[in-house]
Design a protein around this ligand. Structure first.
Ligand code: RBF
Length: 172
């Protein structure tokens, strides 16, 4: 049980939660945009590193490249419907300064990824940076503010693990 949950729990309450141990045989797809590759490549490194460190097999990780963040929902949708994976990690970098209609594009990408996840029931985690400038993107891709690719991969692991716990309870 996670430390936070243990602290608030009263006796007898059932807890269904995931952990960060990659279940045996779990398969992951990382879908990452080529646009702003110098940032996104750092997110990919963070995501792969997190998956491996938590016990995923390298042979069960597939990296798929999309042209830009805009195309992520379509590519993720194809994989969610036809691919043989337990979770998908979507990675991209939308930088306001260089992106006309930034809010619109970022909103559609977020909505599209959420839609695919809810429609297919497959965990799709969000590792798309939406920053005001390049400096903030660099910070979130492995320097000052952690690595959002690693965070998205970690969330994917927890969701796969939670899925097994829900299945075990007959809730999934
Ligand atoms: N894709 C990104 O992933 N990040 C960006 O910051 C980004 N900025 C763009 C700015 C403009 C003006 C255009 C036209 C495209 C941009 N794209 C960006 C690419 C977009 O996601 C998509 O790949 C292309 O528009 C082709 O459909």
């Amino acid at each position: 049980m996670g430390e936070n949950t243990a602290q608030i729990l009263r006796p007898g309450v059932r807890v269904l939660e995931g952990n960060l141990v990659v279940p045996e045989g779990a398969r992951f797809a990382i879908v990452a945009s080529r646009f702003n590759a110098f940032i996104v490549d750092r997110l990919i490194e963070g995501a792969v590193d997190a998956l491996l460190r938590h016990g995923a097999a390298a042979e069960r990780i597939t990296l798929v490249r999309s042209p830009g963040s805009w195309e992520l929902p379509l590519v993720v949708s194809r994989i969610a419907e036809k691919g043989d994976v337990n979770a998908i990690v979507a990675l991209g970098a939308l930088i306001r300064g260089s992106t006309a209609h930034f809010e619109y594009i970022a909103g559609e990408v977020a909505k599209g990824l959420a839609h695919v996840s809810l429609k297919t029931g497959l965990p799709v985690t969000f590792g798309v940076l939406t920053t005001d400038n390049l400096e903030q993107a660099i910070d979130r891709a492995g320097t000052k503010s952690g690595n959002k690719g690693a965070e998205a991969a970690t969330a994917a692991i927890e969701l796969v693990s939670l899925g097994r716990a829900l299945e075990g309870a007959g809730w999934y």
